[in-house]
Ligand binder design. Sequence first.
Ligand SMILES: [Mg+2]
Length: 214
Amino acid sequence: MARTTTMLLLVAAALLAASCSAWEAVAYVDSLKLAGNGKEVWVFDIDETTLSNLPYYAKHGFGCRALGLVTAHPLGLQSRSHTMFLRATPFNATSFNAYVREGSAPALPETKRLYNKLRSVGIKPVFLTGRTEDQRAITVTNLRRQGISGWMNLLLKQPGFKGSAVTYKSGERQKLQDAGYVIVGNIGDQWSDILGAPEGARTFKLPDPMYYIG
Ligand SMILES: [Mg+2]
């Protein structure tokens, strides 16, 4: 119970911080002098940026399991302290991918607001995700179920790619740039979403209390 409460508080704080980042991104969009030539794009990560997998992690202990609760009486005082000892559990790709195949992940509301704002001013959204090509159909379904549509591109990891997340994502951004697109913004929950040239004219890092890729 203590573990769940702590994790929910952490998640709530992260969602609030994510909202702040998205608000900042909207303010940045308002400040732009756009060329309006159809070449301006914004790169979005998907997991924990556009769609939230919180329902999956909540069902799986937020990536850890409780080893035990220790109650102590520090310095002989009457008040007690409680310490929960946790152990991280390894990521289970099989169960996570089964969850992805449900296509039920909710949208992060403030990211969706940013997405709609960009479309309204003519900046084309591009999804760039570590999801793999075989997950394209369910990812499209999930996004549409959440009222998200009209993107220019959905770039997924191709079979056989062995490089790092930074190599993959920066490489795809480079292809966009080489094709004449201007990346006016780039938003993601992992550092690997926003590091590696070309990063985009401005990057926005969302917090992720549940996992770290790099
Ligand atoms: Mg992500």
